[in-house]
Design a protein around this ligand. Structure first.
Ligand code: PLP
Length: 318
């Protein structure tokens, strides 16, 4: 990646003249079956652009409980688009189509519902996947109710590997899809927003409004293109490591969430921040989420025997 960055052919992307960015965008559009892809510095900015494109001011967006847009984007939907995000009950990150239908507002006393927002994989629910069948049923309710639909696919790559589906299959039917190159794929920077041709100029304009017009961005796109070489094998290995880690943690007597569907392992601990601090001292980094949840993520920079090594160190801490 570092070499590809150093050797990248570049131009000024604000003028649409960076050949490496254009190549990446064309590759992503093709991979996801969309007419256009736009490279962004972050997933948050691309998600917020989707809201600006699809949800009118003072409308409401339905998203599964725990969605990144709701929990981790710092009220940006209120600040930038002037919309309300309302959360849908979503056991394991998967809302029921009936819950979507029931949540849609159509009275003069309530904010008009403009949009359905889904997340695949769902981070806080445990890296859980939405399969094509459930996605179809959710989208069909959205269309019946006249809603736009966006997919936060920061980790759609993991879902594709877990379900043995093509990325385009999981992205089909949404107005816009955000995908991250900087999560499991391991690029240092970058996400993309997939859109129909009719929205691409507007998406580019909003990206500039938000401060995301980048000049010789080809150095970043070059790293992202390397991340696309062998993502399927890389993520399949991450998933296998996560399963091995989860099984081992269970054997150690820890309260582990249901078996990981992708590359995340969540467990309960009495004092999560303190537990993570002690793990870190032993050489294992994990993230405390609130007081009682701990998240482990497997990734491409880990050695083959990472699960075994981590389990040995965790056993010592226990
Ligand atoms: C990380 C993440 C984002 C945002 O990506 P950034 O590049 O960190 O802004 C959006 N959605 C989900 C589900 C994520 O995990």
């Amino acid at each position: 990646m570092r070499r590809a960055m150093a050797e990248a052919e570049v131009g000024d992307d604000v003028y649409g003249e960076d050949p490496t960015v254009k190549r990446l965008e064309a590759e992503l559009a093709e991979l996801f079956g969309f007419e256009a892809a736009l490279f962004f510095p972050s997933g948050t900015m691309a998600n917020q652009t989707a809201l600006l494109l699809l949800a009118p001011r003072a409308s409401e967006v339905l998203a599964p409980e725990g969605a990144h847009v709701f929990e981790f984007e710092l009220a940006a939907p209120a600040m930038l688009s002037g919309v309300l995000v309302r959360s849908l009950p979503a056991p394991s990150g998967r809302p029921e189509p009936e819950a979507v239908a029931a949540a849609v507002h159509a009275s003069v006393h309530q904010a008009p519902t403009a949009m359905l927002w889904l997340e695949n994989t769902h981070n806080l629910a445990g890296g859980t996947v939405l399969d094509r069948d459930l996605t179809d049923r959710l989208l069909s309710v959205a269309r019946e109710k006249g809603l736009k639909a966006h997919l936060d696919g920061a980790r759609i790559w993991n879902a594709a590997v877990a379900l043995s589906e093509k990325p385009a299959t999981l992205a089909r039917g949404f107005d816009t899809v955000m995908v991250s190159l900087s999560k499991g794929l391991g690029a240092p920077v970058g996400s993309a927003l997939l859109t129909p041709r009719a929205l691409s100029a507007e998406a580019r304009r909003y990206r500039k409004v938000l401060g995301g017009g980048m000049r010789q961005a080809g150095v970043l796109a070059a790293a992202a293109r390397v991340a696309l070489w062998n993502w399927e094998e890389t993520l399949a290995r991450d998933h296998a490591l996560a399963r091995e880690l989860a099984e081992g943690l269970k054997r150690l007597g820890l309260e582990v969430d249901p078996p990981p569907e992708t590359n995340m392992v969540y467990l309960r601990a009495n004092d999560a921040p303190r537990f993570c601090q002690r793990l870190e001292q032993a050489g294992v980094r994990a993230l405390p989420l609130g007081g009682e949840r701990v998240r482990f993520v497997t990734h491409r920079d880990l050695p083959e025997d990472a699960a075994r090594l981590a389990l040995a160190r965790i056993a010592q801490v226990l």
